[in-house]
Design a protein around this ligand. Structure first.
Ligand code: SF4
Length: 348
């Protein structure tokens, strides 16, 4: 952030509003937000941690979510009737979430259950999804999960029924399946553009996990060639990546985990360690700043333009219009079912 008069004045105004509102206001900031936004937040974390905060903070009348739209939606689903959830920029969406269109998800679900039978598939949906998809999972006794608790969610889902339909991130689903030792040929990709997702009836009957063909453009940019290049230059380095990366990248890494895992991995590393990270660049920049005694490098610069839409200007505007603008509302019928899927996750 440039240390301009303008920026300083906006920060002063934000802090003044925070002081005036006291514990009536809570600002949640995702790890991928710019440093100046994280510095102004009350809580920073990944989507799981922040959704727990949003659910448990009864005092807060106003929840301002500095993250992308689906995160604010999840907070709004869990919010109590006296709470409003606002997002500084309503256009901060998520490409991955947009890949699971409600109509196509419903169609895929009907196709699969028509072949394997009702009550044989548990739907699991990654937090990075539209409220409608979460509601679809709640309605069909499924759960939401995050990159922190995906393995637990898979184990829970298999206790309910013998198959899982995982939306919308193919890579998180496959990496989780690999971690749990599910054979490769029992996980099939569902391409919504193709009849039966590009599978035969036989494939569908035999599969244990259906993986919706969605992906994160930020995390699938990393390749094993990037890793080889970095290892040549930094032979003692450890490489830690996010599970939205491809399985090839995950398998070649030294460690894999959610953003919170990555933060802890860096915190726990000894002074002098070299750590190369495959995730969103704003988190990495912040870690470089916080741990000057360690050498922290990005596997490649990869920025999420949607997360980057939140800035001092729109955060200030949002706070100046607290409870009035950019409010996230969820239809009651969707909320009722989505809450089931979110609560199933919070109870994992
Ligand atoms: S990093 Fe990827 S999954 Fe996360 S908000 Fe950005 S596009 Fe969506």
């Amino acid at each position: 952030m440039e240390n301009t008069e303008d920026n300083k004045s906006m920060i002063d105004k934000i802090q003044k509003i925070k002081q005036e509102l006291g514990n009536k206001l809570v600002i949640l900031t995702h790890h991928y937000q710019r440093k100046e936004i994280v510095d102004l937040g009350d809580h920073k974390g990944d989507s799981f941690g922040l959704s727990q905060k949003a659910a448990s903070d009864e005092n807060a009348q106003y929840i301002v979510f500095c993250g992308v739209h689906f995160m604010a939606e999840s907070a709004a689903i869990l919010a109590k009737s006296h709470q409003t959830v606002q997002i500084p920029d309503l256009d901060a969406g998520c490409w991955m979430a947009d890949m699971a269109d409600a109509y196509l998800v419903e169609k895929a679900w009907n196709d699969v259950t028509a072949i394997v039978g009702q009550n044989r598939v548990t739907p699991l949906v990654y937090m990075n999804s539209d409220a409608y998809i979460k509601a679809h999972c709640g309605k069909n006794q499924g759960a939401v999960c995050t990159s922190s608790n995906a393995p637990k969610a898979f184990e829970w889902a298999f206790k309910q029924r013998e198959k899982i339909f995982f939306f919308p991130d193919e890579h998180l689903g496959r990496n989780t399946g690999n971690h749990l030792g599910i054979p490769e040929n029992e996980m099939i990709v569902w391409d919504p553009e193709k009849p039966l997702g590009g599978n035969t009836e036989q494939d569908i009957k035999q599969a244990k996990v259906f993986l919706w063909k969605g992906y994160c453009l930020v995390h699938t940019r990393f390749t094993t060639d990037d890793m080889d290049d970095m290892r040549k230059n930094f032979p003692d380095a450890k490489i830690v990546v996010h599970p939205e990366c491809t399985q090839e990248v995950v398998k070649s890494s030294d460690a894999v985990g959610s953003t919170s895992f990555i933060v802890k991995y860096v915190a726990d590393a000894p002074a002098g360690a070299t750590i190369i990270i495959g995730t969103e660049i704003n988190l990495i920049k912040r870690l470089v700043f916080e741990y000057p005694d360690k050498k922290i490098l990005p596997l490649k610069d990869s920025l999420c333009p949607n997360m980057y839409k939140i800035n001092l200007k729109n955060l200030l505007e949002c706070l100046e219009n607290i409870g009035k603008t950019n409010i996230i509302t969820i239809e009651e019928s969707i909320k009722k079912d989505a809450v089931i899927a979110l609560e199933n996750m919070l109870n994992l």
